[in-house]
Design a binder for this molecule. Structure first.
Ligand SMILES: Cc1cc2nc3c(=O)[nH]c(=O)nc-3n(C[C@H](O)[C@H](O)[C@H](O)COP(=O)(O)OP(=O)(O)OC[C@H]3O[C@@H](n4cnc5c(N)ncnc54)[C@H](O)[C@@H]3O)c2cc1C
Length: 461
């Protein structure tokens, strides 16, 4: 190929594209990163990174520069069932053998910081304002480059890191199932880090229609994320009203005051929470990476950890190849990438759905599970550590998820039989206890079926 532009074309310079470029930049390869946007549109997206994702950022050498831009270590989660009850603490340091901290910073700063870093890596070139419109194919149908409005660019490997609404995914013929779950209304709370009941922890406040997540994005500032129904109307002004009227009351008074002041000053940002599932991530000469390969409701904050681990995996699997023109060797590495990524991702998807259901607690079964999960966490450090290992991605075996789910359901059944429920000053009536137990049975059946489906599918891959 006389007009080869690079060894690898990375489509998209979001967090995943930057991590991929860094993971592949070994001095031998020329890596061309194409980013559609010229600048960075202020758009709310992920900011909280679990320890396994943070470890990749560290391994790839990003952390010092990101810390210099204001990013900070975070210690885990504090879940507040109901005001004024004290939070249940779920610290990362309880996970045996794991990194004790995650990392958080404003999304825009994170992307800018990672872009500034990759252009210093050997062999990496970043072109802004280059939107990929087409995948080029050779005579055998193999991907061999891309076309942007500036013309064709050839490379033996194309990696689509172009986000959840990926253009590369359909161009490669990789199907998806997408569903809108809800919206996030995001508010920036300056100088509110000291108001969090447990400084350095991400806080989940329950009780409103959907969970409220609040975490530090720097040593001083906090981000508030409010999960609201998919039929939210009225744009940012309507969202601000909704948060003021229907969510602020579930926060401790100092945070509530900071939120109300922030809503007076600026309009919140709104982002769709989608669930996008894919079953295939590779095609000859190409792969999709990070959100392009699917995403879940952001409550579990695992999107970036998935993207970073994908990047590290690709770096490791492609490292032994002397060059990327050996099509058979490249495709074998990509096949391995696909197997390993879905082993990790499937548990994330099921957990995100299950946890979101439990934190919303919209029916008798999930309300009973919510009751059970707090009893489970109170049972001791081991139970909390197992939950946090699953949540953070330190553990990704589906069998372990199912075992944990059953342990929680066992405690939930106990609460349902006793007739105890969050926020209710009275005991459940006999028909209400029956509805809770029936709901629990339905949930166990539903989750077992999903786990079996995924275990079978991944075993056959
Ligand atoms: C409300 C919300 C909250 C979240 N919170 C968290 C959290 O706390 N923790 C967490 O880990 N994750 C979180 N996530 C998920 C996280 O934002 C994503 O996992 C992450 O941004 C994915 O990064 P990415 O680089 O794969 O995709 P993106 O961030 O979408 O980046 C894709 C890039 O590709 C570019 N691009 C798109 N099309 C083209 C094209 N045709 N040609 C060239 N370039 C193109 C885009 O401009 C963009 O720069 C959240 C998501 C949402 C919606």
């Amino acid at each position: 190929m006389a007009d080869v532009a690079a060894d690898v074309i990375v489509v998209g310079a979001g967090v995943t594209g930057c991590a991929v470029a860094a993971a592949l930049a070994d001095g031998r390869r020329r890596i061309l990163v194409l980013e559609a946007r010229k600048g960075h549109k202020p758009r709310f997206a992920g900011e909280y990174i679990h320890p396994p994702g943070t470890q990749v950022l560290d391994n790839l050498g990003f952390l010092p520069a990101l810390r210099a831009r204001g990013g900070i270590d975070v210690d885990g989660f504090a879940v507040v069932k109901q005001q004024p009850l004290p939070p249940t603490l779920l610290p990362y340091r309880e996970i045996p053998g794991g990194r004790p901290t995650g990392f958080a910073m404003e999304h825009r700063e994170l992307v800018e910081g990672m872009r500034a870093e990759i252009v210093r890596r050997p062999g990496v070139e970043l072109r802004l304002g280059h939107r990929v419109e087409e995948i080029l194919r050779d005579g055998s149908g193999r991907a061999c480059g891309v076309r942007t409005e500036h013309g064709p660019l050839r490379a033996p490997l194309v990696l689509g890191c172009d986000g959840r609404h990926s253009k590369v995914r359909p161009l490669l013929g990789l199907p998806e199932q997408a569903r809108l779950v809800s919206f996030t209304v995001a508010v920036h709370l300056p100088e509110a880090a000291a108001l969090l009941p447990h400084r350095g922890f991400g806080h989940i406040f329950l009780g409103a229609w959907g969970p409220i997540l609040m975490y530090p994005v720097s040593a001083r500032d906090v981000r508030g994320c409010f999960d609201v129904s998919a039929d939210l109307s009225g744009g940012p002004a309507g969202a601000a009203r909704h948060i003021r009227d229907d969510y602020a009351g579930y926060l401790p008074p100092p945070l509530r005051a900071a939120l109300l002041a922030a809503l007076e000053r600026e309009r919140p940002q709104i982002a769709a929470n989608e669930s996008i599932r894919t079953d295939r991530s590779v095609a000859p000469g190409a792969a999709i990476v990070g959100d392009a390969g699917g995403c879940s409701h952001p409550l579990t904050a695992t999107g970036m950890t998935i993207g970073f681990l994908d990047a590290e995996r690709l770096g490791r699997l492609l490292a032994p190849l002397p060059n990327l023109t050996d099509a058979r060797a490249v495709d074998e590495a990509l096949r391995r990438y696909e197997v390993e990524r879905y082993r990790f991702v499937r548990a994330r998807e099921i957990l995100a759905d299950a946890l979101y259901e439990v934190f919303r607690a919209a029916d008798p079964g999930t309300r009973a599970i919510r009751q059970g999960i707090f009893r489970y966490w109170q049972a001791g450090e081991g139970a909390r550590a197992r939950s946090m290992a699953l949540l953070s991605g330190a553990e990704s075996r589906l069998g372990v998820f199912l075992r944990e789910y059953m342990s929680v359901v066992g405690r939930s059944a106990g609460s349902a039989l006793l007739g105890v429920e969050d926020g209710l000053p009275r005991r459940l009536t006999v028909p209400e206890r029956g509805a809770a137990l029936l709901g629990l049975g339905r949930k166990v059946w539903e989750k077992s079926r999903l786990v079996l489906r995924d275990v079978r599918q991944e075993a056959l891959r």
